[in-house]
Design a binder for this molecule. Structure first.
Ligand SMILES: Cc1cc2nc3c(=O)[nH]c(=O)nc-3n(C[C@H](O)[C@H](O)[C@H](O)COP(=O)(O)OP(=O)(O)OC[C@H]3O[C@@H](n4cnc5c(N)ncnc54)[C@H](O)[C@@H]3O)c2cc1C
Length: 463
């Protein structure tokens, strides 16, 4: 499905579907002069807009969104507000070293707290639950690797809310024979991303931010005195510009340096019908935590407030067509359903009510970034991998500080103005993504070869 003005309401995530009818704001239909323009109406764009406007009530701030608010990852994600960062912890350690890993942990810890306070202080009805995260394993090999991860967290002193639990405890807590053990982490939460993004929209608008939806930015030009942003029916002349387009950034018109900073990979999700009380009793899971396993092709799952289970992941798919295309992935959805039912045979007859997917933004060097592009008038943020919910909320505060020219503890975080490795060619990035995906899938196969009658490996072919 193409990313045009007709599609945003058709290509919806479960959250958007469940939320019901939505009337987007009118598109930009005039020329305006503003202080700050923001391209992209997801968590990054809306948080930045609100934070900056709150600090500068007289500033003129606009958000330009090509589709509808939350059309991108912010309206499609699983809603985990976690301290996870970049790729696997071991990869981050290898590439960035101990101190940067510790700093990233502290930034993400702050991000989870910041997101929770934002929700509570502003009375958001976004179903936030601070219920913790379980990092699970299925095999001896995965368990050994998870134990090393836990030791790493302990050695770095970043294990403050974590406890180790063995297979027996998992069996008692989750009534499943499939878990080999893992980590229970208490200081994380989850939310309903569509409710969150729309609450952010209202908050920003109530502060005086102007939000234009179905307004794609088609051209970005720099002059010595301003940045000029073109949309189909109006131009914005702005002192500063924030590019908050995440996995869509390759298709944003602008400097090549901007387009080659990240690559989109798609992850897919399913949601069950609401479970009955008896079904919930049959699977335990009384604390209703969120879950992530430590496969290379991670699965993530969580309950919803209306008693469903969301299951996602098991694969990430590069597409040659770019992030704007909506590409159904029946094999990925089937894999998610089989995986859920493999963990919980008790739910073998459960109905799957909805299936969807979305692009995450990945960088070559395993970490996100917030960077000035060419000079301090243009700021880009991206590369959040699948861990951008809490991160983008705090990044909004960080970007607002950068826009104001402030030097704060947040703007000193090492992802700010780091130089990410360039991925200039679409074809090479696509091929590289395919090779990496194949290698990671082989790794999972090797670690799970002992699982007799286990998951069926899917054969999703990237396009
Ligand atoms: C399926 C899925 C599950 C995920 N699960 C989790 C999770 O549980 N926890 C977690 O922490 N993270 C998760 N993530 C990642 C997280 O959702 C993202 O990191 C985060 O939402 C990124 O927010 P953003 O505002 O930077 O980008 P987005 O929400 O992608 O917003 C970018 C916006 O830019 C707009 N845009 C693009 N081009 C233009 C243009 N030319 N003009 C105007 N607007 C434009 C797009 O329409 C889009 O709305 C998940 C992601 C996906 C896809």
């Amino acid at each position: 499905m193409s990313f045009d003005q007709a599609s945003p309401l058709q290509s919806r995530s479960f959250w958007q579907h469940a939320y019901g009818e939505y009337s987007p704001n009118s598109p930009l239909a005039e020329d305006l002069k503003v202080d700050v323009a923001i391209v992209g109406g997801g968590f990054t764009g809306l948080n930045t807009a609100w934070q900056f406007k709150k600090d500068n009530p007289n500033a003129r701030v606009v958000v330009l969104e090509a589709a509808i608010i939350g059309f991108g990852a912010s309206g499609r994600n699983a809603g985990f507000s976690t301290k996870m960062f970049g790729l696997e912890p071991e990869v981050v350690l290898l590439r960035w070293g101990k101190q940067k890993m510790i700093d990233a942990h502290h930034y993400l810890k702050l991000a989870v707290a910041h997101t929770k306070h934002l929700i509570e202080d502003n009375g958001f009805q976004s179903d936030y639950e601070h219920r913790g995260l379980v990092r699970a394993t299925y095999t001896k090999q995965q368990l050994g690797r998870m134990q090393k991860t836990y030791e790493l967290f302990q050695n770095l002193g970043i294990d403050e809310d974590m406890v180790w639990r063995g297979a027996e405890q998992f069996r008692q807590d989750f009534h499943s024979e499939r878990f080999a053990g893992g980590i229970y982490e208490s200081n994380t939460g989850y939310l309903n991303p569509c409710k969150q993004v729309r609450a952010l929209k209202s908050l920003a608008e109530s502060a005086g931010v102007s939000i234009y939806e179905t307004t794609p930015v088609t051209k970005i030009e720099r002059t010595s005195s301003a940045i000029v942003v073109t949309t189909p029916n109006g131009k914005i002349t702005s002192d500063k510009l924030v590019i908050a387009t995440n996995a869509y950034t390759r298709q944003v018109p602008g400097p090549q340096r901007l387009r080659s900073r990240q690559y989109p990979l798609w992850t897919y999700q399913i949601v069950t019908e609401p479970l009955s009380d008896a079904q919930w009793d049959s699977i335990g899971w009384k604390e209703r935590q969120s879950f992530g396993d430590n496969r290379q092709m991670l699965h993530y799952f969580r309950p919803t407030t209306d008693g469903r289970i969301i299951m996602g992941g098991g694969d990430v798919i590069p597409y040659r067509t770019g992030a704007k295309e909506e590409i159904p992935a029946p094999a990925a959805w089937q894999h998610c359903e089989e995986h859920l039912k493999w963990i919980y045979p008790q739910l073998k007859n459960i109905r799957i009510d909805y299936r969807w997917g979305g692009p995450v933004s990945v960088t070559m060097d395993a970490a996100p970034e917030i960077s000035f592009i060419e000079d301090e008038r243009m700021i880009y943020s991206g590369g959040c991998f699948g861990h951008g919910v809490a991160l983008t909320h705090l990044n909004g505060r960080t970007i607002a500080d950068l826009l104001e020219g402030k030097k704060t503890e947040l703007t000193e975080f090492w992802i700010v103005n780091r130089k990410s490795l360039s991925m200039s060619s679409d074809t090479l990035s696509f091929l590289g993504g395919g090779v990496a995906r194949g290698a990671l899938k082989a790794w999972d196969w090797w670690e799970e070869r002992s699982l007799k009658g286990g998951r069926v490996e899917t054969a999703v072919v990237g396009r």
